[in-house]
Design a protein around this ligand. Sequence first.
Ligand SMILES: Nc1ncnc2c1ncn2[C@@H]1O[C@H](COP(=O)(O)OP(=O)(O)OP(=O)(O)O)[C@@H](O)[C@H]1O
Ligand SMILES: Cc1ncsc1CCO
Ligand SMILES: [Mg+2]
Length: 271
Amino acid sequence: MSITPENTWASVSAIRDQAPLIHNITNYVVMNSTANALLALGASPVMAHAQEEVEDMVNIASALVINIGTLSAPWVEAMGSAARKAAGRGIPLVLDPVGAGATAYRTQTVRKLMDTVSPTIIRGNASEILALATSEKGETKGVDATESSQNAIEAAHWLNERYGSTVCISGETDFIVGDQVVIGIGNGHPLMTRVTGLGCTASALCGAFAAVNSSFPLAAAQAMAVMGIAGEMAAEISPGPGSLQLHFLDFLYRLTKDDLARRLRISAGAG
Ligand SMILES: Nc1ncnc2c1ncn2[C@@H]1O[C@H](COP(=O)(O)OP(=O)(O)OP(=O)(O)O)[C@@H](O)[C@H]1O
Ligand SMILES: Cc1ncsc1CCO
Ligand SMILES: [Mg+2]
């Protein structure tokens, strides 16, 4: 199970052909940007968080993405209902534990959610992944990482064993930890951290790839490779974060098999 430009292109093509419906319960900050990224990739996004409709929406979706970025009690209830429905239907569930470790409410909510339904993929930055696997108060400061992704690999293994989830740690190198497998993706650009919500976008793309590829560690790795490649291509022609955001969408939309073949960077040091 190794990631190649060919199998990544096969997943991109499947997304473009099938336009899978990706149901997102996500935060106020990134609703627009993640919907646009899913559209640029070729998927079909919908944002829905009302308790009254989340189960019906999961019923017609190909994947569910839950992001705890801007929580409140009614949303937490809706997240639980949606996650249970997704598990019942057997569609992939991606969890983005935004800011886990920063407040007790976030950490407790996300732990309760994981104990209710095992996520298919957990995608967070290193601080968030560490916080989920630590019993004491984690070291997260706000929503951005203060740790390198390499430092969270052990925590990712622990989460994988406990919940059966594929765990994806984003950062300079993205690490994807599954059963008996660690994949490192070296694509991306530091300027990506200066645009809010590109991590949330990565989680949404994990949903799209998991909708068309049931080998979930591979799907997550492909999503992170495509994120990183579109991000670095955008960064190369962007003087700052504003234009990066626009060019990122354009490169996602225009991504070719040749871009993948020339740029995919599988990283060692995943042990
Ligand atoms: N130092 C870096 N060099 C290259 N790429 C990076 C770097 N840091 C992050 N990235 C890339 O940026 C994207 C977002 O990852 P990041 O770890 O910043 O997520 P995050 O902290 O959850 O972000 P947010 O909470 O704002 O959504 C990923 O595709 C990741 O590979
Ligand atoms: C900045 C921010 N605050 C809550 S969610 C979010 C988007 C990035 O995670
Ligand atoms: Mg994040």
